[in-house]
Design a protein around this ligand. Structure first.
Ligand code: SF4
Length: 335
């Protein structure tokens, strides 16, 4: 059975139960008719002044006729997705609730996982087996992330795609692992290619916030001589934590918890990766826009806030702002 997810949840439980997780964000953003999915949600009654991710996910869920159930994250995601779940539930979708406890309490998170496991009819031994299976794939993603910032052999777009796909492993962890192996081979070949642009020679950027509505942002930045070597939330989807304890892994995962916990990760990675500047992506009509205030107050690096709504293309104003930002960072880097 295919089980839809709208944000990262313990997919080990889904795989252990013999089901296939499908991240609807990835289905929507790679759909050839994305605009139509958003419009269909609006025709169904979603307001224009509502997050386009949620509308796209709704359109994608309605289009996929073979979804058996949907995991509803009732705490740790957002009230907009909460509304989406209830709408789909009212249309007959089976909904499985899951909540991340705000204060990262180990016992509460374990209780949530056990409720999730009971719902899907699996126990700890099967789930821990699934964790070992998925961690073998995640290790490849972590190596690719390292090759991005340490050796500059993986582009910002590739890094984004690899890490964002860790949420559901594209429904087939072994096939996904083979894909990552292919990219590892290409990165090794690039190491011998003098003409491949290395991140070390470019303006080094960090990307904060939810994944972009327009992934062409990465290639546009590369054309300007800048590379994203830190994709904050996408990297979190790959659970880059050294622990074999499933509960602890999802307790360390920063995205569903407070901005102050996320900031610890952002500060550490900003230093470790030698970043020159940060882009904070905010989605129109998303409550997370307010987090921009805290990020600006808490981080010392130059930060560009980029807001997008539904378009999959960068508009002229956004391109110009990116150009000016990269030029300013280059002057700071090489006065
Ligand atoms: S972008 Fe914001 S409003 Fe939209 S689904 Fe994500 S958290 Fe919710």
């Amino acid at each position: 059975m295919k089980i839809a997810i709208t944000t990262t949840v313990p997919v080990e439980v889904i795989y252990a139960a013999g089901h296939v997780p499908v991240d609807l964000n990835n289905v929507f953003v790679s759909h050839p008719e994305r605009e139509r999915l958003v419009e269909e949600a609006e025709l169904a009654g979603f307001p224009r002044s509502f997050c386009a991710w949620v509308k796209g996910i709704y359109g994608a869920a309605r289009e996929m006729k073979d979804l058996g159930a949907l995991v509803a994250v009732t705490q740790g995601d957002c009230s907009n997705t909460h509304g989406l779940m209830e709408t789909l539930q009212s249309e007959g979708m089976e909904v499985i609730p899951f909540a991340y406890p705000y204060e990262r309490d180990y016992g509460l998170l374990r209780a949530q996982m056990e409720a999730f496991m009971r719902r899907l009819g699996v126990g700890w031994s099967e789930v821990e087996g699934a964790l070992r299976r998925l961690d073998r794939v995640r290790r490849r993603a972590h190596r690719l992330d390292e090759l991005t910032w340490k050796e500059g052999l993986v582009t910002g777009m590739e890094n984004h795609l690899v890490l964002v796909s860790c949420s559901d492993m594209e429904g087939d962890p072994e096939a996904f692992a083979r894909k990552l192996d292919g990219l590892l081979v290409r990165a090794a070949e690039r190491a011998k290619d003098r003409h491949f642009p290395r991140a070390g020679d470019m303006v080094r950027l960090g990307y904060l916030g939810v994944p972009p509505m327009a992934p062409e942002l990465y290639d546009y930045l590369e054309a300007l001589g800048a590379r994203v070597v830190y994709n904050e939330v996408q990297r979190q989807f790959s659970l880059p934590f050294r622990t074999a304890d499933l509960v602890e892994k999802y307790r360390r995962y920063s995205y569903p918890y407070s901005i102050f916990y996320r900031l610890r990760d952002i500060r550490r990675e900003t230093r470790r990766r030698g970043l020159d500047g940060l882009i904070h992506y905010v989605q129109s009509f998303c409550f997370r826009q307010v987090e921009d205030i805290i990020l600006r107050r808490s981080l010392s690096l130059p930060l560009l806030t980029l807001e997008m709504d539904r378009s999959s293309r960068l508009d002229a104003r956004t391109r110009m702002r990116l150009e000016n930002f990269v030029a300013m960072l280059r002057r700071r880097k090489c006065p």
